[in-house]
Ligand binder design. Structure first.
Ligand SMILES: [Fe+2]
Length: 292
């Protein structure tokens, strides 16, 4: 895996950069291409989040223009205005820089992560310091891709990640142990289909990805022994990752912003690299069908 440096977001990236992103590399930008007033920057850096364990981050939902996870007593209205501006600027920037994806993407949540990641106490499946691929428990993607834009807003501290092998390698190695095939078959049963029609259960692709997310976090031996690469994102830098393809864990860092996009699989330069295509080859069954 490697960092591919993008020097400018003023024009669309080339097919080489799209290809490398889709193959499981990180697009890195050595700066913060989002403007905040100095007052707003200081305000963000002074934020704490609520201690409630069900709020992992401060989350902004652009479609509803709403914010969750703020600490009691903080100026939630101001934070909401800043997050709205962050989302709007990020959308403008990447609509230009990633025009190929912007034609089909769905805007998902943004988050602000004011907690120090080192030493956080979270339940196992919510831990950020364990290697995993992203899968959203409540927002199925139906095989579309999870694209995340991260900003390390911290003026002093880097944000430190670990990665290991990308999705195709780990899916191949652990499909049997994680029961991915069983999950795919179960998702096709008449009972499961009926359940989804009346609002129960996840679509098969999302059920498999969620299972794999949990399997990797539960697997202490894998977490200990797998080969690892460390990535140090400097203060005031930003990066883009398809987090359903790139295994990742956050070891340390504080004060990051993040915007998620769900990008249609058909917009990929290389759709055959997408986890859904990898799973279908591996399992020998369709994992997506018309239930969107
Ligand atoms: Fe993640």
């Amino acid at each position: 895996m490697e960092l591919v440096t993008v020097r400018s977001w003023d024009a669309e990236i080339g097919s080489d950069a799209y290809g490398r992103l889709e193959a499981g590399n990180i697009l890195f930008y050595p700066g913060v291409p989002i403007e905040f007033s100095e007052d707003d920057r200081q305000f963000l850096l002074s934020q704490r989040q609520t201690d409630a364990p069900y709020h992992k981050n401060i989350a902004y939902r652009p479609r509803e223009d709403s914010l969750t996870g703020t600490a009691r007593g903080s100026d939630a209205e101001r934070l909401r205005r800043i997050m709205r501006s962050f989302t709007e600027q990020t959308v403008r920037l990447l609509t230009r820089g990633l025009a190929r994806y912007a034609a089909s993407w769905r805007l998902d949540y943004a988050s602000f992560r004011p907690c120090e990641e080192a030493g956080r106490s979270l339940r196992l499946h919510a831990r950020n310091d364990l290697l995993h691929f992203d899968a959203f428990p409540t927002r199925p993607t139906h095989g579309d891709r999870i694209l995340r834009f991260f900003v390390n807003l911290n003026p002093e501290k880097p944000r430190v990640w670990l990665t290991t092998d990308p999705f195709p390698e780990l899916a191949d190695r652990f499909a049997a142990a994680a029961g991915l095939s069983r999950r795919a078959k179960r998702g096709r049963s008449p009972l499961a289909r009926l359940g989804r029609k009346i609002g129960f259960g996840r679509p098969p692709y999302d059920a498999i990805m969620h299972r794999f997310h949990n399997f990797l976090k539960e697997n202490a031996e894998f977490q200990r022994a797998c080969s690892k690469q460390q990535w140090i994102f400097p203060p005031q830098s930003s990066w883009l990752v398809l987090t359903d393809m790139v295994s990742h864990a956050v070891l340390s860092g504080q004060m990051a912003l993040e915007q998620t996009f769900i990008v249609a699989r058909r917009s990929m330069l290389k759709p055959e690299l997408a986890p859904a295509a990898v799973l279908e080859r591996l399992i020998g069954l369709p994992v997506i069908w018309g239930e969107k």
